[in-house]
Design a protein around this ligand. Structure first.
Ligand SMILES: Cc1cc2nc3c(=O)[nH]c(=O)nc-3n(C[C@H](O)[C@H](O)[C@H](O)COP(=O)(O)OP(=O)(O)OC[C@H]3O[C@@H](n4cnc5c(N)ncnc54)[C@H](O)[C@@H]3O)c2cc1C
Length: 308
């Protein structure tokens, strides 16, 4: 379809910046992805409403992203609108032991805020390079805890401009999506507990040191590529199948952590996808385990794959 009209409308109406043919490689930790037709930095809920309305009524592919640390975009880019939450969505405040952060706030900033305010319970998330919205949407977790355990309220905007709010305890035990499809998370509240700042910082340092030891943090990646099968570690299985160092083009299975695929320079999305397939095939034929994807693979027309 011709998207020129709706995109011009978005550009005219939005307060935030609207970029054309913006390379998505600049917005992902993998450093991979061709241009998006339009890339909007939403500068308030009105911008989100304008974009949602325009893409919905014109059936334009649409995706909201955070820091792009769990995403693989296609080399052809995205034939629609990619939205990122700007300054307006980065505030962090506290009230007692409850911390409320805009969905565009970095997790690292939120963690520091918690430590400064003597609020503990969020240390497990240290080193996860995403935003609050992205972490909630992808249910970020580590062996020491998960973001869902700390949720007190999630606020999102529905596709028709409606505000959706979910409170604990209805958030706690869910395994599926926290907000309905097509909703954009705008704000999240976490329930924490009093703890001395120095103890919080010590625990964060301990966890970060473990991360540095076990993960290739100085390389471009999207974190763990495959989900852990129940009661098993995907990384261990991949390692035992001898996949470390496997390469397709610029994409390489990390020698440091077998569940990380690294962009060693100039990797294309096709390289990563081909490598994913080879790892899955090798693991499947050796063990019978079929690995599912942890990262989101986004095709140019807006489809999202978790099992490429
Ligand atoms: C080095 C490294 C280490 C990592 N370690 C971990 C780890 O320990 N644990 C872990 O769970 N993950 C880890 N990750 C993966 C990733 O950082 C997390 O999944 C993170 O929470 C994603 O946040 P993001 O802002 O980058 O989201 P993005 O990657 O931008 O988006 C992820 C998904 O969330 C959706 N989304 C983003 N923002 C919103 C919003 N406001 N409303 C609705 N949907 C939204 C997107 O559409 C997409 O489907 C790691 C990644 C890297 C590169």
């Amino acid at each position: 379809m011709n998207t020129c009209g709706p995109l011009a409308f978005i550009e005219k109406k939005c307060q935030g910046r609207v970029l054309h043919n913006e390379p998505l490689s600049s917005h992902t930790s993998f450093g991979i992805g061709g241009p998006a037709d339009a890339f909007v930095w939403a500068d308030g809920v009105e911008d989100v409403e304008i974009v949602q309305d325009a893409v919905l009524s014109n059936e334009i592919p649409f995706l909201v992203i955070g820091n792009g640390t769990n995403l693989l975009f296609h080399d052809e880019g995205f034939r629609g609108v990619v939205l990122r939450l700007g300054r307006h969505f980065k505030g962090i405040v506290s009230e007692g032991t409850r911390v409320t952060a805009g969905a565009g706030a970095n997790l690292s900033k939120t963690l520091s805020f918690c430590a400064e305010h003597d609020l503990g319970g969020f240390e497990f998330a240290v080193g996860i390079p995403g935003t609050v919205g992205g972490a909630v949407s992808s249910a970020a977790w580590t062996r020491s805890g998960g973001i869902r355990d700390r949720l007190s309220r999630v606020t999102a905007m529905g596709p028709k401009g409606d505000v959706v709010t979910k409170d604990a305890p209805s958030l706690g035990n869910e395994h599926g999506d926290l907000v309905p499809d097509g909703c954009i998370i705008t704000e999240v509240s976490f329930q924490l507990e009093p703890a001395p700042e120095n103890a919080i910082r010590l625990e964060m340092e301990r966890l970060m040191a473990r991360r540095k030891q076990t993960q290739p943090l100085n390389k471009r990646s999207a974190g763990c590529v495959f989900r852990n099968p129940e009661h098993q570690s995907a990384g261990r299985i991949i390692d035992e199948c001898g996949c470390k160092g496997m390469r397709v083009g610029g994409a390489v299975v990390s020698e440091k952590h077998a569940n990380f695929i690294i962009n060693s320079g100039g990797a294309r999305s096709e390289d990563v996808l081909e490598l994913i397939e080879r790892v899955r095939e090798r693991v499947h034929s050796a063990t019978g385990v079929l690995l599912g994807l942890e990262i989101d693979v986004v095709d140019p027309w807006g489809g999202m794959r978790r099992d490429a």
